[in-house]
Design a protein around this ligand. Structure first.
Ligand SMILES: Nc1ncnc2c1ncn2[C@@H]1O[C@H](COP(=O)(O)OP(=O)(O)OP(=O)(O)O)[C@@H](O)[C@H]1O
Ligand SMILES: [Mg+2]
Length: 277
C-alpha cells in the first residue's frame, strides 16, 4: 500500500519523501503536532515558519536524530523508521547542520574525505593524498565550487566557502537522494549567499537531488525553491508552488498570522521575515 492507501505505481515514482501526521513533543512543549509533507525528485522545498514553529525538529526527525512520537515517513513509497543518522544516511539522506561538522585544522580535501579517506600501499596503508587532492578538486569543479586551493585549511575559508564545503561533503555520498539544509544562509554576506544559492540550484537541477531548505529570508527562498511550505504551530499550513504565490503575499500572510497569534496571546518572538539581503 502507498501512503494514501493506493497501490504503488508510476504516479508516485517521482515522490522521494512523504511524511504523514508526524508529531513530537519535548515534555510539555509540542514541537510538531501533525506534519504532512511531500518532496519530489530534484525538487527544492523551502520551509518557513516563525522561531519555534518546529522546522529544525522536523529536519532532525528526517535525518534520524530524533524519533517522532507519532506519524509515518515514506521513502520512495515505502514506510521507514530511521534508527539513527547513519541509518538515514544509508538511505540517501544527508543533512548539513548549523555547526557544519568540519575539522578546521584539516585541508579542504581532507574534510571532503573525512572518515572516507582513500589509502594506498600493501601491508601498511598510507593516505593517498595525491588521489584525494585531485579527486576533491575535480568534484568541487563539477559542482561549481570555486576554492583557490584544496590544500587550504578550512579554518581559513569564509563562512560561505565553509558552508559550500560542508554541502559538497554531504553530496559526495554515492547514493544521496535528499539533502536537508537548516538555515544554510544564516549570517552570510551577499557574495557568500549567492555562492550557496548557486550551489543549491545546480545540485537540484544537474544532480537531481531533492533538497529541503529552511531559511527566514523569503527573497532567498523564492530564488532557490520550487515550492514553499509554511509550518505554524507544528503543522504545515501552506503548501504552494512558486507559481501559485508571490513573495509579497507570503510576507503578508506571515505578518497577519503573527498578529493573530499576538492577539490570541500565543505568539513567540518571531524572527522578522526578510525580503532582502
Ligand atoms: N531538544 C529540545 N528540548 C526541548 N525543547 C525543544 C528541543 N528542541 C526544540 N524544542 C522546542 O520545540 C519547539 C520547536 O523548536 P524548533 O527548533 O524545531 O523550531 P524552529 O522552527 O527550528 O525555530 P527557529 O526558526 O528558531 O530555528 C520550540 O518550542 C523549542 O523550544
Ligand atoms: Mg531551527
Amino acid at each position: 500500500m502507498t501512503p494514501d492507501g493506493g497501490t504503488s505505481g508510476p504516479a508516485r515514482v517521482e515522490e522521494v519523501l512523504r511524511t504523514e501526521q508526524i508529531s513530537m513533543s519535548f515534555g510539555p512543549v509540542v514541537a510538531l503536532r501533525s506534519v504532512d509533507l511531500h518532496l519530489k525528485r530534484g525538487e527544492v522545498l523551502g520551509l518557513v515558519g516563525d522561531n519555534g514553529a518546529g522546522k529544525s525538529t522536523l529536519v532532525k526527525i528526517l535525518t534520524g536524530l530524533y524519533r517522532p512520537d507519532g506519524g509515518r515517513i515514506y521513502l520512495e513509497g515505502s514506510e521507514i523508521r530511521f534508527r539513527s543518522v547513519q541509518h538515514a544516511r544509508q538511505h540517501g539522506i544527508e543533512t548539513v547542520f548549523q555547526d557544519l561538522a568540519l575539522v578546521d585544522e584539516l585541508s579542504v580535501y581532507h574534510n571532503l574525505f573525512l572518515n572516507r579517506e582513500q589509502t594506498c600501499g600493501g601491508w601498511f596503508r598510507f593516505l593517498n593524498n595525491r588521489a584525494m587532492r585531485v579527486s576533491a578538486k575535480r568534484f568541487l569543479d563539477d559542482i561549481g565550487v570555486d576554492i583557490l586551493s584544496v590544500d587550504t585549511p578550512v579554518a581559513m575559508l569564509s563562512g560561505g566557502q565553509r558552508q559550500a564545503i560542508a554541502v559538497a561533503r554531504a553530496v559526495r555520498q554515492e547514493n544521496i537522494k535528499i539533502l536537508l539544509l537548516d538555515e544554510p544562509l544564516a549570517a552570510m554576506g551577499a557574495k557568500e549567499t549567492s555562492l550557496i544559492i548557486g550551489l543549491i540550484k545546480s545540485l537540484s537541477k544537474k544532480s537531481n537531488i531533492s533538497i529541503i531548505v529552511i531559511d527566514h529570508n523569503y527573497t532567498h527562498l523564492f530564488e532557490i525553491c520550487d515550492r514553499i511550505n509554511v509550518i505554524q504551530h507544528g503543522q504545515v499550513t501552506v503548501d504552494k508552488n512558486l507559481s501559485e504565490i508571490r513573495l509579497e503575499e507570503l510576507i503578508e500572510f506571515m505578518v497577519q498570522s503573527f498578529r493573530r497569534d499576538v492577539a490570541m496571546g500565543g505568539a513567540k518572538r518571531p524572527e522578522i521575515p526578510s525580503s532582502d539581503c
